[in-house]
Design a protein around this ligand. Structure first.
Ligand code: PLP
Length: 392
């Protein structure tokens, strides 16, 4: 395969990776993050207890939590953290309004339904940001709503929801906001005290650039202290995890030791890059290079630029009948770039993530590979069918 971009050469930086994951996580991690997993840790040993405390302090600082908030880590993928936050923070007799404009908002609804919590769904189209006025109205009309759940960056489409406006409206009505900041935390500014919110979740393997295995919640200490007995699940009880950890410094049940060790290094690298500003700046530059280059080839983004996040971008599939996503995917993967299928109902799309240990230079390598793949497929113009264009 005559790749015009030397992936193997670039692999030195990411530790023998032969492929770049241009996905929303797991994503490309640095060589030093992977190297941190070469040691075995005893979960009861002081060094691992210290490592856990260091991670929690680092994440709480990143969120602007101070003494009012605590970071509670939880084993599992990001969804486990979402489920743990909802089950712990929303009491059994609570009522949660859920803002939905994609698959992750739908997942919050499903979680609440499975655990038997009352919920009200406020849907917006997948290509639009949340409707803040509709939330305002719902909170005014229904005083039984106790909590509001929102997704910051809806990874389904890449749409960035207006978190500050949501928080202001929720606080004005005296309700508690819970945020799925899975794909935005560490790259886009979020200050939990200033927002305000009662809780936020994210995971190790998104913009912090760690590896999968654990998520975490940043929770308002006063609110968390009132949640004993709320949880529907033993293993996903964040109050219990918190109380045990405060007492012993240890995780209840086996911790993801290697993932935690990698996360500690990833947090150091995040700080070294200039924190949220530095990390978000690199992603914005990756995203800018990607969108300009793809538009030059005729591709169109699903979303209008005003609601597009720099995390992941959905592109409409070209109308040319010689284009097939499966073939496009395979030919790009053979050139060292793994992209992501679409997950939308409104139009056929595919997605390209711009997060992880990748730089503008890597995106330029991807653009060359896309050009060469289109050539190989015989697609001369990447423009989508007119009627599916949503980004006007
Ligand atoms: C990735 C992601 C999740 C969690 O997904 P997992 O597959 O369980 O890690 C939740 N919400 C959003 C917005 C995400 O991007």
């Amino acid at each position: 395969m005559a790749a015009d971009y030397n992936v193997l050469e670039r692999a030195g930086r990411t530790g023998e990776n032969h492929e770049f994951l241009l996905t929303p996580g797991p994503l490309t991690t640095s060589k030093s993050v992977k190297a941190a997993m070469q040691r075995d840790w005893g979960s009861w040993d002081q060094p691992f207890i210290d490592l856990t405390a260091e991670i929690c302090t680092g994440l709480n600082t990143m969120a602007g939590g101070g003494d009012d908030f605590v970071c509670v880590p939880i084993q599992g993928s990001g969804t486990f953290a979402v489920e743990a936050m909802l089950g712990t923070m929303v009491p059994r007799g609570g009522h949660c309004a859920v803002l939905v404009n994609g698959a992750y908002g739908e997942r919050i609804v499903k979680i609440l339904e499975v655990m038997g919590r009352c919920c009200t769904i406020l849907r917006s189209p997948e290509t639009k940001a949340y409707d803040v006025a509709a939330l305002d109205e719902a909170l005014r009309d229904d005083c039984t709503i106790t909590h509001v759940a929102a997704v910051h960056c809806e990874t389904t489409s890449g749409v960035l929801n207006p978190l500050n406006a949501i928080a202001v409206v929720t606080a004005r009505h005296g309700r508690a906001l819970l945020v799925d900041a899975m794909s935005s935390f560490a790259a886009l500014p979020i200050d939990v005290r200033a927002l305000p919110c009662d809780g936020l979740v994210s995971s190790a393997n998104k913009c912090i650039q760690g590896v999968p295995g654990m998520g975490f919640a940043i929770l308002r200490r006063k609110a968390l202290a009132t949640t004993a007995g709320n949880a529907h699940s033993l293993s996903l009880d964040l109050h219990d995890q918190w109380v045990y950890m405060e007492k012993s410094g240890r995780w209840r049940f086996t911790p993801p030791t290697h993932s935690a060790a990698a996360l500690a290094v990833a947090i150091d690298e995040h700080t070294g890059e200039g924190g949220v500003g530095g990390r978000g700046g690199r992603y914005a530059s990756n995203h800018g290079v990607l969108v300009r280059g793809m538009r030059e080839m005729g591709f169109e983004t699903l979303l209008a630029d005003a609601v597009q996040s720099p995390i992941i971008t959905a592109f409409l599939e070209p109308a040319d009948s010689r284009f097939s996503f499966e073939r496009f995917y395979d030919l790009l993967a053979a050139r060292g770039f793994v992209v992501y299928p679409g997950k939308l109902t409104v139009a056929p799309t595919f997605r390209i993530g711009t997060i992880g240990a990748i730089e503008a230079e890597d995106i330029r390598g991807l653009l060359k590979a896309v050009r060469s793949v289109l050539n190989e497929m015989g697609v001369r113009d990447a423009a989508p069918a007119r009627e599916t264009t949503a980004a006007e």
